[in-house]
Design a binder for this molecule. Sequence first.
Ligand SMILES: Cc1cc2nc3c(=O)[nH]c(=O)nc-3n(C[C@H](O)[C@H](O)[C@H](O)COP(=O)(O)OP(=O)(O)OC[C@H]3O[C@@H](n4cnc5c(N)ncnc54)[C@H](O)[C@@H]3O)c2cc1C
Length: 418
Amino acid sequence: MDHRTTDVLVLGGGVIGLACALELLRAGRGVTVVERARIGAGASHGNCGTITPSHAPPLAMPGQIRQALRWMFTPDAPFRVAPRLDPALIAWMLRFAARCNARTFRAAARAKGALLLAARAALGELVARERLDCEWMEEGTLGVWRTGEAFDRAMWLPPLLRELGLPCEVLDGAEVRRREPAVNDSIVGGVFHGRDARLRPERYLESLATRVREAGGEIREGTTVLGFERAGGRVAKVRTTGGTFAARDIVLALGAWSPKLASQLGLDLPIQPGKGYSITFPHPARAPRLPLVLKERMVCVTAWDSGLRLGSTMEFAGYDERLNRVRLDALVRAAREYLVEPPAAPAVEEWYGWRPMVHDDLPIIGRAPAASNLMLATGHGMLGVTESAITARLVADLVTGREPAINPTPYRPTRFSW
Ligand SMILES: Cc1cc2nc3c(=O)[nH]c(=O)nc-3n(C[C@H](O)[C@H](O)[C@H](O)COP(=O)(O)OP(=O)(O)OC[C@H]3O[C@@H](n4cnc5c(N)ncnc54)[C@H](O)[C@@H]3O)c2cc1C
């Protein structure tokens, strides 16, 4: 068996692992990334690529449980829990439900809003500094509604976003169509989020990987982490299918797989896989210029010069690897309802990914309580692309002992009672 020593070993080749690897290399450290399959094999490949400080309000909000129960009986609803007697899922759901009250919601929205504003700025800087070729566009996103009732019900959100320092504009149907002619006459209103941006996630991953290699980092694809050996309060060795590694520092960035590996170190990470789907098409003639959220259907539409993607759904179905046809079809149906020219050409790719969901909607970033040389960078839920650069900066600060760019306290792994 091959034995290797490396300075920093990053576990996981998604957006979080690669962004951390690059930031650590720029801080003067040596880095090896190990990835089970290939770069972007997890959630980081086929996601919608929207960069959304506008998603500051957490999922756990008053009324959410009632809505979720209603959706459980609708096969193509954007949210579903596959009923299972899984103690970890039940514990996660109970912790989530306990947060669905007005006081916790507002406090969480403030914490998340501050993180997302810092995240948005850090990502813009990373893309510019590293000249990442990823179809970056920072012209905002647009939420659009087809029914007056749902639009009116959503009008509590803009004042909250403004309070959090996030500008947004409420638009009537005519103004939405003027700004985004790709939506059809059924649209009654919209909200424009000017701070939001977008990129093409596959391109972002590829250009991060290129910069990591150029900076002297090594990326070992097809290398699965099997387990750990501990000694003296540290992780002494990481066993992989490509040999055993010893490292001065280890960054665990395994997305939705994180709890499986972390449990070997006695860490009970409250992360559930939140499965989402996407379908990618060639670029249609009348694609939306701005990324859209089709609000009643909770479907995201992102168009780049290189294609168009529909993405959505949040399924708590464990580590289920099947593509659900009902959910994929629901994405296309939604596009037909809202767009002048819905995608008609055969799909280029049908995809699912597991979002690493934490019940308090904040990532887990910081030193693991179980091992002094292990840094956790996981649990980014629906916002891992958005939060990738700020996570990388914080991880590099904590690993190298620099003054942290943001206050690490809200994201510390010890915020949960183990
Ligand atoms: C439908 C959908 C749409 C989304 N849209 C957006 C969006 O618009 N904006 C946004 O910011 N976020 C979005 N997200 C969320 C985003 O995709 C995730 O938060 C992000 O990709 C998580 O990145 P990660 O690096 O932590 O995890 P991953 O990308 O899942 O990476 C983890 C990696 O670890 C590897 N791995 C697993 N086990 C092992 C092992 N034992 N050994 C070695 N390697 C291993 C996996 O192969 C994987 O490559 C979306 C997600 C989905 C599903």
